[in-house]
Design a protein. Structure first.
Length: 567
């Protein structure tokens, strides 16, 4: 009886402490709001120069949120539509064309197959001069988007320059649907492939529809590609996992400071493909909902993860309405995969002396176990079961891409070649590549290599230590050799540059789907996934945690060979 009384006393004390803490928090909020409101009023009334109240307030809000994390953000009414398109809906009223700005001019870049721009023979490379009579010169991307978008059925007039001639186009806007699944299909060795780009509305249904269609071919296994997928709606991720996992299985738990934000998500339906051999592709840009899918299927020993360690976003956001049709998106919780781990990589609660967010150290990672006894670790994203190292593009390739020097050649190629072979087989010839190199004559694709930056730093340090005279000859000699080596970079990195150029050209003929299909011939992660699905013995060994697959991403292992991309 005494034990029950003690328990009741402790419960009352805890409740009283919680209540007191809550009241104290409310008092602090109320107090600081009063201070801020008074300060804001006095600045606007008394400051020596004219002030812009809206600008002052926006700066204040942004400064406050900057101290939290990059996912907590304020969305004013003017940005609501862009917010919905980015985080919620895949549909908007428009013409189905993307644009690119080059040297102050606006050009059509790529088209969406079957939509107004494509149907009305708008072409990549067309220069947009006016949209509905409005000059595009001097307008930013947001202003251009507002001009091109509008209700389905409304008209939009384009004034275009093509090959020196002025052309007018009258288009009728349509409801543009950006699919979450841009491509799905069967490989030549009877493996199903689904690429999922985002987790917006209906993404689970799109994956299910693709899986149902592909399952009719009785595939030997399935690849779900989540590379470059930055995530989206958590519930969609749970539904996708449910396609492969039995009913009433815990997939993810979100835990917040507010007890109401602590929610456990379980599968609700019978699975569509409970026995389908499954490989998930991830990379350094796979984040959030992508990591829920990959991490939970790894924790449940249901799929093999292939690629590079994922980004590491283990935070959940919720949107709240604010006055005057504005919103705030707030990080309300962290999420935990079935084993109990949180894969959040950056510790936003702690920053270094320069204000830079710190990463959770691998040495502090905690070990968790899967049902098969495999060891997995928290922090720093989802570590793949099978690592395929990624290679960073060369500086010359980055320079050519960033300066849009592929653009004109790809457009000219389409003009000279009405058709090409199927996307899966397309490759540029050496003669094509030499023509591309010739097209770069007189164009600026200069860049500074990492070695040149190091030499510059070394020269600076030598000057500080008054030793430049001793090493100057050697430094100048190294710099001259570097400049000589750079002259041959177009040939040294020929294979890499050709791959990017091929992708640009294929998009002119086969749109987004063609780019995906054409990339398979160079895709190391895709090839590794196919090898696994064609080797049932290795698949089983990985999922059972045999040998080297017993521990996944141990912080005590050397992982220098693992390249991750942070964004």
């Amino acid at each position: 009886m005494k034990q029950y009384k003690l328990a009741a006393v402790f419960a009352l004390i805890a409740f009283a402490s919680l209540t007191w803490s809550f009241k104290e928090d409310l008092f602090q909020v109320s107090k600081n709001l009063d201070i801020f409101a008074s300060l804001y009023k006095e600045i606007n009334i008394n400051y020596v120069e004219e002030t812009d109240p809206s600008h002052l307030m926006r700066n204040s809000i942004d400064a406050m949120l900057d101290n939290l994390d990059p996912y907590t953000e304020y969305i004013p009414e003017s940005e609501i539509e862009d917010y919905k398109l980015k985080y919620v809906s895949t549909q908007y009223g428009g013409i189905g064309a993307s644009t690119i700005s080059i040297e102050g001019k606006l050009f059509v870049n790529e088209l969406v197959e079957g939509y107004p721009a494509d149907k009305q023979d708008v072409k990549p490379g067309d220069q947009l001069v006016k949209i509905n009579g409005n000059e595009v010169k001097g307008k930013d991307r947001n202003q251009i988007s507002q001009l091109l978008r509008g209700p389905k059925g409304s008209a939009v007039d384009l004034l275009i320059i093509r090959d020196g001639s002025v052309i007018t186009k009258k288009l009728v806007r349509d409801e543009i649907k950006q699919p979450n699944v841009p491509y799905s299909g069967m490989t030549d060795d009877n493996i199903a492939y689904i690429r999922l780009d985002k987790f917006l509305e209906n993404s689970a249904q799109e994956v299910k529809d693709a899986a149902v269609a592909l399952n009719k071919h009785q595939p030997k296994g399935m690849i779900l590609d989540l590379r470059y997928n930055g995530g989206g709606i958590l519930q969609e991720a749970v539904k996708i996992v449910n396609l492969f996992v039995n009913r009433d299985v815990l997939i993810v738990t979100q835990k917040g400071r507010n007890p109401q934000k602590t929610i456990a998500y379980k599968t609700l339906s019978e699975p569509l493909l409970p026995q389908m051999p499954l490989v998930i592709l991830v990379g350094g840009s796979s984040a959030s909902a992508s990591e829920i899918v990959a991490g939970s299927l790894q924790d449940l020993d249901r799929a093999i993860i292939v690629g590079q360690r994922s980004f590491g976003k283990g935070l959940v956001q919720q949107t709240f309405n604010l006055p005057y049709n504005s919103l705030v998106k707030v990080t309300v919780a962290k999420y935990y995969t079935p084993s109990g781990r949180c894969i959040q990589a950056l510790d936003y609660a702690h920053k270094d002396a320069n204000g830079k967010t710190l990463k959770f150290a691998d040495s502090l990672a905690h070990k968790f176990s899967t049902p098969a006894g495999r060891s997995v670790y928290d922090g720093n994203g989802v570590y793949p079961d099978v690592v395929v190292s990624s290679s960073k593009p060369s500086p010359i390739t980055v320079s050519i891409v960033s300066k849009n020097l592929f653009f004109d050649y790809a457009n000219d190629y389409k003009k000279k070649n009405k058709t090409i072979v199927p996307a899966a087989d397309f490759r540029l010839t050496d003669n094509d590549y030499n023509q591309f190199v010739a097209s770069l004559d007189g164009k600026d694709y200069s860049y500074t290599s990492r070695t040149e930056r190091l030499l510059s730093d070394l020269r600076g340090e030598a000057e500080k230590e008054n030793k430049l005279a001793v090493v100057k000859v050697d430094l100048d000699d190294l710099k001259a050799k570097m400049l000589g080596a750079k002259k041959t970079d177009l040939q040294t990195y020929k294979a890499e540059i050709k791959r990017v150029l091929e992708t640009q050209i294929v998009s002119r003929y086969y749109y987004e789907k063609g780019k995906v299909i054409q990339s398979f011939q160079y895709d190391k992660e895709f090839q590794e996934a196919k090898l696994l699905l064609n080797n049932s013995g290795k698949m089983l060994a990985v999922l059972k945690g045999e040998g080297e697959y017993k521990t996944i991403g141990s912080p005590t292992k050397t992982i220098a060979a693992l390249t991750t991309t942070e964004n």
